[in-house]
Design a protein around this ligand. Structure first.
Ligand code: BGC
Length: 836
């Protein structure tokens, strides 16, 4: 069977197998089964043939049980990039690749996709979510989950629900009215449950309307399971479960990570004390056993997917490159000479290209946080371009401005190993190090336990390439001592200010020191670390500390001057600008949308000397581009994954079109956006904009964004020829009016007219109800039929009577305009439809 022939898992009936296994378990074992046994695994019960079930983070790759560069994974573009393809089939293929990666690493459950919404551009994990639109998020999430599960691996749709920002994420109470909750934030989960039947959902840290999501009986029990029929397993976000009885009553099946959680022994005790019944525990255990059966962890029971049926080998590098170029959004492409647009570049006519920006050499390929994976190779833009350009083209490089606040992990010139020591100094284990980051999240090396570990020493040699003042960064949560060439440069305790243990883990405090070193003269470097016991989760095997290093720096003004000089003498200047891990990661939100450091100044200076300046924006979420009309081309490359540089060369040189369309509006300035704060007040964050979020809000705003929802240019032009519609579907015909083959994302919006029912609540001007990706050669036409879902015409009405629930969907009758569009601001054809 081939990569393109999907195998939809049959919905095997595992009921008998599950009941048989359940009947063989005693109360203590059942309670234990609902709790992680470590960071990533559910316990095995050999007596019933139950193997350990392993979970691992996505969404851009599958890390596996180890959190380190020594166990590499394919790194795909970030989820916003995937959503920018507007292509559920491509999302499905990425899911299949992730299933293949999971199988290779012994993982049964991928902790992805992340389908919270882009409520505000300040959201710290914006890059890890798909879109501001619930429908687009829903179709991309559906494709992704189908792909993962066709490979016999479970998907865990997260974070249910309302984890749309990170500030105070462990405790914040998001106040969301029923209508936006249903029409926006719950909608992608509902869509994916209906169309892809995920085997798992992860409940979020936050509260919604006063109830923690790990205890939310209404949203989990009544809505997710009751109304939508979700039959999978409900797994807590890591450390999010806080109360044994309330969690079980709230429908939480598994508390992660272990070994100490509110389930396990405390749950068995709660049953014995009569606080909950064993029957309630049984319900949760059934769902864990069903998950085990589906993923092949229950011996003698056929898994949902026969391993022999799993698609043949998928080439991860090729797919990462394809998704990247299909996701790049060409925001602007103006003529530079004789009517020729800035992109694609004509390599035959170019003699010298100045590549500028720190991110062109040190690629930022993914966002930070739990989504981090470690690929076995990375193609930076500079390398990708050099490999693709013909020999006659000279490529120069100048960093111009380095946006990094933190010191990068020590790597070039270092030969390091980590020595795990007992309190008395005895060596317990020794591991070679890929770079200066020592990280354990799940399993200590053989011979090391939480109890016998006293300290870790990162030690080895460093051979400088340059003479001068070298900066070392010391980071971690604990006691740290750095010795370079026999001199103690740092000794002290580093403790984070905030309370979020994951943030302390992912973004530890950094201290800097300097040493004057001589080129070619090796020095001995040792960083000793004693942990403080602030790991995420009680009793889990986790530690992280690191050594950073930066070579002697030039004068920042001189660096910019060098870049400007290089640009002035080149035919084309390509400037790569972007955000850093201090700006986009997990556990905190952004405070503004500016590019860090002096990057804006760099672009302005380069553009002033070279009229053919192409800016590549390497960011996962919106940034302000104050110079955007001063340059002829702006290409958004997102966090493009490991093959990003190769994909960039494909697109800049015209081997392929940039295929992406914005899945989220890009503001010119933060203050214009519909939601400009994500900081709770008194522990509460009120979604006061109601349903007017994202483009739904922008349409009512006085200011236009920099780039509207759905925007993105290709290398050909499209004529929209015809549009026919019924209340059930739309047929659109488009013609490729350019001179090269191309791909168009046909977007369908629905706008209520003045004749729509007068009793309808206030609705946005228009909303996305469908899309299709079509391809055509020059001069050719393509036709596509796009279904109009029932829900497109409905509003959530609290007064309506649902089945046993408060409120229901109400179809709003009347006359609507159906619009076929290139973007929400570029609507080409319209037709009216009357809905009765
Ligand atoms: C994140 C989850 C992730 C989990 C395990 C949490 O901090 O919110 O998205 O799956 O950690 O790494």
């Amino acid at each position: 069977m081939t990569e393109d022939q999907p195998h939809r898992p049959a919905r095997t009936d595992h009921t008998a197998a599950v009941e048989r296994a359940l009947a063989a378990l005693d109360l203590d074992t059942k309670a234990r089964l609902l709790s992680g046994q470590d960071m990533w695994t559910l316990p095995a019960v050999p007596e019933i043939g139950l193997r350990p079930l392993v979970m691992s983070d996505g969404p851009v790759g599958v890390r596996g049980r180890e959190w380190s560069a020594e166990d590499p994974s394919v790194a795909l573009p970030n989820p916003t990039a995937l959503a920018a393809t507007w292509d559920p089939e491509l999302a499905c293929r990425t899911g299949r690749l992730l299933a293949q990666e999971a199988r290779r690493k012994g993982v049964h459950m991928v902790l992805a996709p992340t389908v919270n919404l882009h409520r505000s551009p300040l959201g710290g994990r914006h890059f890890e979510c798909c879109s501001e639109d619930p429908w687009l998020t829903g179709v991309i999430g559906t494709g992704y989950v189908r792909g993962v599960q066709e490979g016999g691996v479970g998907a865990t749709v997260k974070h249910f629900v309302g984890n749309d920002a990170e500030t105070e994420r462990l405790t914040v109470d998001n106040r969301i009215a029923p209508r936006p909750l249903r029409e926006l934030y719950l909608a992608p989960f509902e869509h994916i449950v209906a169309d892809a039947h995920p085997w798992g959902v992860m409940t979020a840290y936050n509260q919604v309307n006063g109830v923690p999501m790990t205890e939310h009986r209404h949203l989990v029990g009544e809505v997710l399971r009751g109304e939508w029929g979700f039959d999978g397993c409900n797994i807590s976000d890591w450390t999010a479960a806080r109360d044994t009885v309330r969690a079980l009553r709230g429908g939480l099946d598994v508390a992660m990570p272990g070994p100490r959680t509110v389930y396990g022994a405390p749950l068995a005790e709660a049953v014995r004390a009569g606080e909950v019944t064993e029957a309630e525990v049984d319900d949760a255990v059934r769902r864990v056993l069903l998950l085990a059966a589906r993923t092949g962890c229950l011996e003698g029971v056929p898994a949902a997917v026969d391993p022999a049926e799993v698609p043949r080998h998928i080439d991860g590098r090729a797919l990462a490159r394809e998704v990247a170029r299909r996701s790049f959004v060409l925001l602007r492409n103006e003529p530079v000479a004789e009517g020729r647009r800035a992109l694609p570049l004509d390599a035959a006519a170019v003699r010298r290209i100045a590549v500028i920006g720190a991110g062109a050499r040190e690629a930022r390929i993914l966002g930070g946080g739990s989504a981090t994976v470690f690929p076995d190779r990375v193609v930076p833009p500079l390398e990708g371009l050099r490999a693709a350009l013909p020999d006659h083209v000279e490529v120069t490089f100048a960093a111009g401005a380095d946006p990094h606040g933190r010191i990068p992990h020590a790597r070039r010139g270092f030969a390091l190993r980590a020595r795990y020591l007992a309190a008395d100094g005895q060596l317990l284990a020794e591991k070679p190090q890929f770079d200066g980051r020592v990280q354990v999240m799940g399993h200590f090396p053989e011979g090391v336990t939480r109890h016998n570990l006293g300290a870790v020493e990162l030690t080895g040699s460093y051979t400088p390439e340059r003479t001068g003042s070298h900066t070392f960064g010391v980071a971690g949560t604990g006691e740290l001592r750095l010795t370079v060439d026999g001199a103690v440069l740092f000794e002290g305790r580093c403790v984070p200010e905030g309370q979020d243990p994951f943030e302390a883990f992912l973004n530890p405090v950094e201290r800097r020191v300097a040493a004057t070193l001589t080129a070619g003269e090796s020095v001995q470097v040792t960083l000793r670390f004693e942990p403080l016991g602030r790991e995420p989760g009680a009793g889990v095997d986790a530690l992280r500390f690191g050594l950073g290093h930066r070579e002697p720096q030039g004068d920042p003004d001189a660096e910019i001057e060098d870049a400007v000089r290089a640009a002035a003498t080149a035919d084309v200047a390509i400037v790569v600008v972007g955000t850093t891990e201090e700006v986009e990661s997990e556990g905190f939100d952004r405070t503004d949308l500016r590019l860090p450091g002096r990057q804006d100044e760099l672009v302005t200076r380069v553009a002033a000397v070279n009229p053919h300046t192409v800016v590549v924006v390497n960011a996962g979420s919106p940034v302000e581009l104050p110079w955007r009309t001063d340059v002829p081309a702006v290409l958004l490359s997102w966090f493009p994954g490991q093959e990003g540089g190769a994909a960039l060369a494909d697109v800049l040189l015209g081997a392929h079109e940039p295929g992406g369309r914005l899945p989220t509006t890009w503001p010119a300035r933060l203050r214009d956006a519909p939601v400009t704060t994500v900081t709770p007040e008194g522990g509460q964050l009120t979604y006061s904009e109601g349903v007017f979020m994202g483009y739904r809000g922008w349409q009512a705003a006085a200011t236009a964004p920099a780039y509207p929802f759905g925007h993105g240019l290709g290398y050909t032009d499209w004529e929209y020829e015809s549009l026919d519609t019924t209340p059930d579907s739309v047929r659109v015909r488009v013609r490729n009016a350019g001179d090269r083959p191309g791909r168009e994302v046909v977007q369908i919006y629905l706008a209520p007219t003045a004749d729509a029912a007068p009793d309808a609540p206030e609705r946005p001007e228009r909303w996305l109800v469908g899309c299709a990706v079509v391809e055509a050669g020059p001069g050719e036409s393509a036709e596509t039929e796009i279904p109009l879902p029932d829900r497109a015409f409905a509003v959530w009405d609290e007064a309506a009577e649902g089945e046993g629930v408060h409120g229901g969907w109400r179809r709003v009758k009347g006359v609507y305009t159906v619009e076929a569009a290139h973007s929400i601001a570029d609507r080409r054809l319209t037709a009216e439809v009357t809905v009765g």
